[in-house]
Design a protein around this ligand. Structure first.
Ligand code: HEC
Length: 223
């Protein structure tokens, strides 16, 4: 009986010892797993009271879900895609101006309608004074191939800019041989800017075989 009791007590001791060792090992194992997480947590400025303490292994596993989700949300930036865009046409030197860009996306068909529409406030339509299928003069210069001439009228001014300027402020440049007073000065009051950009877009489409040897003799004459 004593022996059995002794055996039991030994077994109990062994069991206790085994349980103790098991817990001790699990605590050590848990601590070694938690330690890197704790380092991360402290690195990302999450406040942890005792980072080096081995007595708090049961707490951090809940905290493991927190740190990894924090860093990816703030990290991505959409900026890198912006850089490759400014090189669509490396051959042409001058950059497109705001007016160039606007005219490029406007509606030339609406511009054609507006060009032919009689306006009481001006007492004219554009078409009353300008031919669109010829370079020959009417009351105003013929506008066939105006895109090419417009590009050379004023240095540093693009074709679209020049045509726009010719409409809203025709006196800023007078075509040689024409009366600067003839073209109505109030188109900017009659048409909105976007409508004028439509008209410019339309005039930029007027291309065809030249029907005059020198459409602008005085301007082209070197003498
Ligand atoms: C009453 C006649 C008249 C009307 C209407 C008129 N213009 Fe003119 N336009 C002229 C004359 C004259 C000139 C040349 C004198 C000058 O440059 O100011 C001219 C010049 C121009 C030029 C410059 C041509 C070049 O070769 O450099 C453009 C572009 C133009 N007009 C567009 C228009 C448009 C668009 C309208 C309608 C919104 C219009 N014009 C209405 C008479 C007219």
């Amino acid at each position: 009986m004593i022996n059995r009791g002794g055996e039991r007590s030994v077994l109990h001791q062994m069991l206790r010892c085994g349980i103790f060792v098991f817990f001790a090992l699990s605590i050590v194992a848990c601590g070694s797993m938690v330690e890197p997480v704790m380092r991360e947590a402290t690195a990302t400025s999450v406040s942890v009271d005792e980072p080096d303490d081995s007595a708090t292994p049961t707490m951090p596993p809940t905290a493991t879900t927190m740190p990894p989700t924090q860093t990816p949300t703030t990290a991505p930036t959409a900026m890198p895609t912006l850089e490759p865009s400014p090189s669509p046409e490396p051959t042409s030197a001058p950059a497109l101006s705001p007016i160039d860009r606007l005219v490029a996306v406007r509606d030339p068909f609406n511009g054609a309608i507006l060009f032919g529409t009689f306006q009481d406030a001006a007492n004219y339509s554009c078409a009353n004074c300008h031919l669109t299928d010829s370079e020959k003069a009417n009351l105003g210069p013929g506008l066939l191939n105006i895109k090419d001439r417009a590009a050379t009228r004023v240095e540093g001014v693009t074709a679209a800019e020049y045509i726009y300027q010719s409409i809203v402020d025709s006196k800023s440049y007078t075509v040689e041989g024409f009366d600067p007073e003839l073209m109505p000065q109030n188109w900017a009051e009659i048409y909105s800017d976007l409508e004028i950009f439509d008209i410019v877009a339309y005039l930029m489409t007027l291309e065809g075989r030249s029907d005059i040897d020198d459409p602008d003799p005085v301007a082209e004459d070197a003498d």
